[in-house]
Design a protein around this ligand. Structure first.
Ligand SMILES: [Zn+2]
Length: 265
């Protein structure tokens, strides 16, 4: 894929079943990570086709355009089957092979069951978790295209905003995307086959509402919600409670002291 660089390892590998899933869930954070100097890769498990509205060629063009808008360095299509995506040994081998090639420090996976949307979403979550485990396995290099074992140190969940268990995620945190929300919306708009003008207006409303609510709870204009598979460990409660910002006098950016009540947490 043009612009992709297969030589260097990645800081972050983000995984989801369909091109456009990650843009909608956490495109603002991916763009922000790139701005912060990290090497980010998107791994689409399927082409997203067939759909009622697109073709494989259109979707590939749109995914590449969205990659460029977000500034993400690498985008790989793992070419597992859309609509019938299932967690299976073969699916795990394929994604784990990419993890062994790119050796990311953090894997972000789209996560959760979406009862009103594609069942691929839940299967993709399972495949990503299992592939992270498979990636480290020894004596099986032939199953991973001859790549060497690699252990991915960190896993982060990016819950679908419509996830059935959203309120049960633990160790959640919100990334401030106030400075990348426009980039995120442009990246979603790149999927013209899926979102014509009318549908884009609806998805934009939904994304801004969800990100606005998540952001508000942490004092940001817009935020994206994440979760961890384990409790958050810290040696410094003060730093954790202040979000790494030791200047407690700084008000949250969207609130006016004396006029607004800061969100309680
Ligand atoms: Zn999807």
């Amino acid at each position: 894929m043009p612009g992709s660089d297969r030589m260097d390892r990645l800081d972050i590998a983000a995984v989801a079943p369909h091109p456009d899933d990650l843009e909608i869930i956490c495109g603002g954070t991916l763009a922000k990570l790139v701005k912060q100097g990290y090497r980010v890769g998107i791994f689409d498990l399927t082409t997203g086709e067939p759909t009622p509205r697109g073709t494989e060629e259109m979707r590939a063009r749109e995914a590449e355009k969205a990659r460029q808008i977000l500034g993400v360095q690498v985008r790989v299509n793992v070419r597992l089957p859309n609509r019938v995506l299932m967690d299976s040994p073969e699916a795990r081998f394929k994604l784990a092979t990419e993890l062994r090639r790119y050796r990311p420090t953090v894997v972000i996976t789209a996560a959760g069951r979406t009862p009103a949307a594609s069942p691929d979403h839940h299967q993709g979550h399972l495949i990503a978790e299992a592939s992270r485990f498979y990636s480290q396995l020894t004596k099986w290099n032939e199953r991973f295209d001859g790549t060497e074992p690699y252990r991915v140190p960190h896993l982060v969940y990016a819950p679908f905003p419509t996830d059935a268990e959203q309120r049960n995620w633990h160790s959640t945190f919100v990334v401030d995307i106030s400075d990348t929300i426009e980039q995120k919306l442009e990246a979603i708009r790149a999927y013209e086959s899926q979102f014509d003008a009318q549908r884009f207006e609806r998805v934009q409303h939904f994304v801004k509402s969800a990100n606005g609510m998540n952001g508000f709870r942490c004092g940001f204009l817009y935020g994206e919600l994440f979760a961890l598979p384990t409790p958050i460990g810290t040696e410094n409660l003060f730093q954790l409670a202040t979000g790494g910002n030791s200047n407690l006098l700084a008000p949250p950016p969207v609130l006016v002291p004396g006029q607004d009540h800061p969100p309680m947490n």
